[in-house]
Write a protein that binds this ligand. Structure first.
Ligand code: HEC
Ligand code: HEC
Ligand code: HEC
Ligand code: HEC
Ligand code: HEC
Ligand code: HEC
Ligand code: HEC
Ligand code: HEC
Ligand code: HEC
Length: 447
């Protein structure tokens, strides 16, 4: 009798003690990456080795600050010790502090690529708190109301949505102490989001604004989509920036291609890759052979990532090629870092027909990879051209003349010793049979 009483007491105690019960709410909340560790160590270890979770973080050791504070520089009006947060490590690094609950940048940033200081928002830093201009894309679980967030960096729930319910359900099904009361093993299908859509990445790899008008008439301009939930398209309230609105030509080249960072999503929308499923469904088949589900191997991401036995048909497939067709979402980019592995990636689907009508390119393939020409380095960050175009359009040297931008022939380490005139002539001589309109003739625009 006493034993039963103690047992019941324990159980009641346990029921109220386990904080999991507090998490079980009808609307899921953000719980943080540490809560996933016990069950998903593979994804976690893989993600930890990428830049995503590290982009924005409190300074824990002086080595994290890459800027040169030893050589005196008039631009550097602050001390290394005053820096409490850093953004970035690969191309450039921005320094921050917190004042009255808001994050503010210091007025100089360090270009990692070119090893230089440049002035940064010297006069406007007070008017542009990072809380509304930056943090939506460098954190996880950003709150529209408080402008605060749940975690530094891009972590699990940025791409999978708030996971409190998933964690509670999974624990209930697998932990011995929960099984004391929970004997039924229910399956929960919709407690976590898995989406292969490009918009999951596009919520951050985009440039634009969300305007919020408060009841007191105060207008706040956020530089990112608010409350984006993975699986959806980008929020209607987010107005993407484009060449049309960029009067000073800061972020876009005259032909509509990106010249700055975090614009991959917009560029990608110009690529036929993003239309590969619609085109498969509606256009003439150029390959010959029967039009069936096997066509989806190269034309659809939901087909590619589905398990055997669960693959969609041409009718039920929803997505064409998306960001994760090339970028592994947890181990970003290990697979496409070298020339050889990048070419192999393209060759998964582009089994050529190079040279059907004419030779494809004059350069030795040991020197020029597919992406050197089709994803030229035309975006600037870190003080030089480090960002690849995601429009997959050849930028002919004629466009260099017209828009003063790097071309497919002269970018990265390619043909920098030659003049633009040389490149134009070489291009016209080699591709003389091409009757296509080029990017020097057309302007790409977001719809
Ligand atoms: C107690 C263990 C446990 C914890 C903690 C846990 N998960 Fe899971 N998760 C699972 C199991 C088991 C599955 C497989 C469920 C299934 O296939 O029905 C799963 C599946 C998933 C899936 C894939 C779902 C699908 O439909 O393919 C995602 C995404 C996911 N978890 C994310 C997370 C994230 C993010 C966290 C941390 C916030 C987390 N999980 C915490 C056990 C857990
Ligand atoms: C709409 C989302 C978004 C907003 C807003 C945003 N960023 Fe970023 N930021 C990114 C993405 C995505 C990258 C990675 C580069 C890319 O995608 O081309 C990045 C990269 C960076 C980098 C370079 C990181 C490195 O490792 O070199 C710095 C520095 C940076 N951002 C600072 C800022 C600052 C400061 C602000 C606010 C004034 C800001 N960002 C606002 C999305 C954003
Ligand atoms: C940058 C976005 C992103 C982040 C961050 C991210 N995931 Fe994912 N995850 C995805 C996408 C996209 C898929 C679907 C992949 C597919 O279908 O090929 C996925 C799939 C999964 C799956 C299903 C099995 C698999 O590996 O394909 C699990 C489980 C999972 N994620 C857990 C996690 C956990 C845990 C974290 C944090 C440690 C995390 N994810 C962080 C985008 C992300
Ligand atoms: C002392 C008994 C007891 C223990 C131990 C216990 N629970 Fe519960 N739990 C309950 C009861 C009772 C409910 C309410 C059931 C209902 O409303 O259908 C509940 C509800 C839940 C729910 C909501 C169920 C749903 O349908 O969404 C989750 C999730 C849950 N518990 C998770 C856990 C987890 C995780 C543990 C272990 C950490 C745990 N529980 C341990 C008694 C217990
Ligand atoms: C919550 C915002 C956010 C989401 C969601 C997001 N990214 Fe990023 N991404 C960033 C930021 C910020 C960086 C810059 C990291 C840095 O430099 O430290 C970045 C960097 C990258 C890089 C460059 C990494 C490198 O090592 O050079 C790639 C590639 C990338 N993201 C692809 C993706 C893909 C693919 C997805 C979707 C599956 C995605 N991102 C989702 C914000 C995001
Ligand atoms: C091995 C990969 C692969 C398979 C399988 C494949 N395709 Fe394609 N498809 C491609 C590539 C790569 C292109 C772009 C070719 C180019 O521009 O040189 C393409 C282009 C197309 C286009 C041209 C769209 C346009 O913009 O004009 C259509 C339509 C198409 N494929 C339909 C199909 C059909 C129907 C099937 C099945 C019979 C199929 N594809 C199977 C790789 C594939
Ligand atoms: C057809 C393949 C492919 C697709 C699809 C693709 N990328 Fe990339 N991406 C690449 C390659 C190749 C690189 C260069 C990798 C390198 O040099 O390390 C790259 C580089 C990047 C980088 C690093 C900075 C830059 O822009 O050079 C980011 C961020 C990125 N991609 C984001 C995205 C996003 C977001 C999407 C979807 C909107 C996407 N990518 C779709 C192939 C692709
Ligand atoms: C999953 C298969 C797949 C992969 C991987 C892939 N492509 Fe494609 N690519 C296609 C298909 C399919 C099309 C045709 C889409 C259409 O016209 O509907 C295409 C179209 C193109 C085009 C014409 C684009 C345009 O907008 O005019 C270029 C150029 C191209 N791919 C280059 C590349 C390069 C470079 C890589 C490697 C970084 C690559 N592709 C990786 C399947 C793929
Ligand atoms: C030296 C530069 C160069 C390299 C390297 C290169 N291409 Fe191209 N590619 C071009 C040019 C230029 C065109 C356009 C020719 C024309 O207008 O007729 C083209 C055309 C294409 C097309 C047709 C695009 C369309 O709009 O119909 C595809 C697909 C393509 N290339 C894929 C690839 C792939 C995959 C690789 C790697 C195996 C590759 N290319 C390597 C320069 C290059």
């Amino acid at each position: 009798m006493i034993k039963l009483f103690v047992f019941l007491l324990f159980i009641t105690f346990a029921y109220f003690m386990f904080d999991t019960h507090k998490e079980v709410k009808s609307t899921p909340t953000y719980v943080g990456m540490n809560k996933c560790a016990s069950c998903h160590d593979i994804q976690l270890h893989s993600l930890e080795n990428t830049l995503h979770p590290k982009i924005f973080r409190p300074v824990t050791s002086a080595e994290e600050i890459l800027g040169d504070f030893l050589t005196p520089n008039p631009l550097v009006t602050f001390k290394k010790e005053d820096i409490t947060y850093v953004i970035g490590s690969k191309w450039e690094q921005v320094y921050m502090r917190k004042i009255k609950g808001d994050y503010y940048v210091f007025p100089a940033k360090w270009m990692v690529t070119t090893q230089q200081w440049v002035p940064y928002k010297v006069h406007s830093w007070q008017k542009t708190p990072a809380s509304i201009k930056c943090n939506g894309c460098h954190t996880t679980g950003y709150s529209k109301e408080t402008h605060d967030f749940n975690e530094f960096g891009v972590r699990c729930e940025a791409c999978h949505g708030p996971a409190s319910q998933h964690v509670a359900h999974q624990k209930m099904n697998s932990y011995a102490e929960c099984k004391i009361c929970h004997t039924k093993h229910k399956t929960f299908d919709n407690d976590i989001i898995v989406s292969q859509k490009s918009a999951v990445c596009g919520q951050c790899h985009s440039r634009g604004t969300t305007t919020v008008l408060a009841s007191n008439g105060k207008m706040t301009l956020f530089n990112f989509p608010l409350e984006y939930l993975p699986g959806h398209d980008l929020n209607k309230s987010f107005v993407p920036n484009s060449v049309k609105t960029d009067k000073k030509g800061v972020n876009w080249w005259g032909n509509g291609l990106s010249k700055n960072r975090h614009q991959e999503f917009a560029d990608f929308s110009f690529s036929k890759h993003s239309k590969s499923l619609i085109n498969l469904k509606t256009k003439h088949n150029p390959h010959g052979g029967k039009k069936d589900a096997s066509c989806l191997k190269c034309h659809s991401e939901d087909y590619r990532s589905a398990k055997e036995g669960h693959r969609p048909t041409i009718e039920s497939a929803k997505l064409g090629i998306t960001c994760i067709t090339c970028h592994e979402p947890h181990g970003i980019d290990k697979n496409i870092r070298s020339k050889k592995s990048i070419n192999a990636k393209c060759a998964e689907c582009h089994i050529f027909d190079i040279g059907k009508n004419q030779k494809h390119f004059p350069c030795p393939s040991s020197k020029a990879s597919c992406v050197d020409c089709h994803m030229p380095l035309i975006g600037k960050t870190g003080g030089t051209y480090t960002i690849r175009s995601h429009a997959f359009k050849i930028v002919p040297p004629q466009a260099t003349k017209k828009y003063n931008m790097p071309s497919s022939c002269q970018n990265g380490a390619c043909h920098q010793d030659k003049s633009v005139e040389w490149a134009i002539k070489a291009y016209n001589d080699f591709y003389k049979d091409s009757n296509k309109k080029t990017l020097a003739d057309v302007i790409l625009e977001n719809k």
